[in-house]
Design a protein around this ligand. Structure first.
Ligand code: MN
Length: 483
């Protein structure tokens, strides 16, 4: 890797990028790491350059790229964070500081895992760009795992698969998630990796390509009759996700029919639905396989239409239909998005980061913190509706009471009955994606039922109910006392 390659790539993405300062950061890092080598024997500067290149590829902004080049300076050289700040300013130096803090983990075993996860989340709350740098740093370390002793290879691969990859998924940065997972898969399950790789890359490759061409030709013929601008490509599943599917569904390779999908990228949302209509008129769709992630995006922001149809030769074939913007987002994460007004990439914090921040304020021990994150944040989310069409996000298996408290505390406190899709259900009923919920309240009702605590899923509902039961007890106490 050379700094010229990093700069060239950065200019391709943003022609106005300040190349002079990138060069300056490079010279600084090169001088700082002078004489140091990696375990593989190559000059140390290769590593920060690769990290920066990975960052450029996921559309990182200039400060993040600079911090990528400088990320190992305070930790591994005689130059300090203060030197970085003097040369490159506060923004860059706090990013580098964030990375340095992430690196210091004292514990071993399960404690190490917890500490690690907590630090990652806290860094995210601080500045989400720190995580992007850490991911890109880790990706290069994974690519050079070969030169490390086997026990270290295993530890790093395991940690990446358990902590880094799920967080990348949570942020919707699929490009990084796939790459990390496939490398870890290779080190952790070498035999299984080879088997799937063989089947996938060699045995079935030409068969798959022929089939892709066939489907593509048929669809193109129809699309050419319209004025829709489109691009059709094959999107192949990465090896680790095929293997995971085989594990979860206990199927053989040949039974995993969605090892590849056809991706149709169009100009706007309207065209997405038009293309969907054309596909469904050409082939019969499979029931239950149609997903409208445009109207109901996934919690990580992913948007696209998915459908599986019975294609030529009776083969189930998956289509993903999206706009260019949606496609970009799915590769680089919806947290980084192009602001047309300011003409630069900007970062936004996903909503669940606020939740983590709140958990952190309570300052409980690490074990509880991780447990809370797992149940409150990592847990899969569902989207449900009020009769007026408001969308409410709830954890999976959320109940009408969770919904009621999400709408308003009073609605929660006074809830007596719930209707889901116009049918009366019990208050602990498990809600599903797309349900329409109506809460019936009793105005005279004074307080929530503390038994609801047994089944509510959201922290918010729990707290409201607890608050009331404590207050209720206090009121009772006061009454007795005043007698
Ligand atoms: Mn590094």
């Amino acid at each position: 890797m050379t700094i010229e390659r990093v700069i060239k790539k950065a200019q391709e993405i943003n022609p106005e990028i300040d190349t002079e300062i990138i060069m300056r950061a490079y010279k600084f890092a090169e001088k700082a790491h002078q004489g140091q080598t990696r375990k593989s024997g190559e000059p140390y500067i290769e590593h920060p350059l690769h990290t920066a290149f990975n960052l450029v590829q996921i559309r990182a902004d200039i400060s993040t790229i600079l911090a990528g080049i400088l990320h190992d300076v305070p930790e591994d050289t005689e130059y300090t964070l203060e030197d970085v700040r003097k040369e490159f300013g506060q923004e860059v130096s706090s990013l580098v500081e964030g990375i340095t803090k992430l690196g210091k983990i004292k514990y071993r075993g399960i404690e190490r895992y917890r500490e690690n996860l907590k630090k990652m989340f806290l860094a995210m709350v601080d500045d989400i760009r720190i995580i992007y740098i850490k991911f890109c740093d880790r990706l290069h370390n994974l690519r050079t795992l070969e030169s490390l002793p086997e026990n270290k290879q295993q530890r790093i691969a395991q940690e990446t698969l358990e902590i880094y990859a799920p967080i990348a998924g949570l942020l919707g940065i699929w490009r990084l998630k796939w790459q990390m997972e496939d490398i870890c898969f290779k080190y952790l399950y070498p035999k299984e990796y080879k088997q799937i790789e063989y089947k996938y890359e060699i045995e079935k490759k030409s068969e798959r390509n022929q089939f892709f061409q066939k489907v593509k030709n048929i669809l193109e013929e129809e699309l050419n009759k319209t004025n829709i601008n489109y691009e059709i490509t094959a999107r192949f599943k990465h090896l680790y996700s095929i293997w995971r599917k085989m594990q979860i569904r206990e199927r053989r390779f040949d039974e995993i029919y969605d090892v590849f999908a056809l991706r149709v990228v169009v100009k706007n949302t309207e065209d997405c639905y038009k293309v969907l209509g054309i596909i469904h008129s050409l082939w019969k769709p499979l029931a239950n396989r149609f997903k409208d992630y445009i109207a109901l995006p996934k919690p990580n922001g992913y948007r696209s239409l998915h459908t599986t149809i019975i294609g030529p030769d009776n083969k189930a074939t998956e289509f993903q239909i999206k706009t260019h913007e949606m496609h970009e987002e799915s590769l680089y994460g919806s947290q980084i998005h192009w602001n047309y007004k300011n003409e630069k990439y900007e970062y936004k914090k996903p909503g669940w980061i606020k939740e983590i921040l709140e958990l952190q304020k309570e300052n409980r021990d690490v074990k509880d913190f991780i447990k809370e994150i797992k149940t409150n944040v990592f847990q899969n989310r569902i989207f449900v509706f009020s009769p007026k069409g408001d969308v409410i996000e709830l954890p999976e298996k959320g109940t009408p009471i969770d919904f009621a408290y999400a709408i308003h505390t009073t609605i929660g406190n006074k809830a007596v009955q719930a209707m889901v899709n116009e049918k009366i259900v019990s208050l602990d009923h498990e809600l599903k994606n797309g349900d329409i919920i109506e809460i019936i309240i009793d105005k005279n009702r004074k307080h929530p039922n503390s038994q609801w605590l047994d089944f509510v899923k959201t922290k918010h509902a729990k707290e409201r109910i607890k608050q009331y039961s404590q207050k209720g007890a206090f009121d009772k106490f006061k009454k007795i006392f005043n007698k």
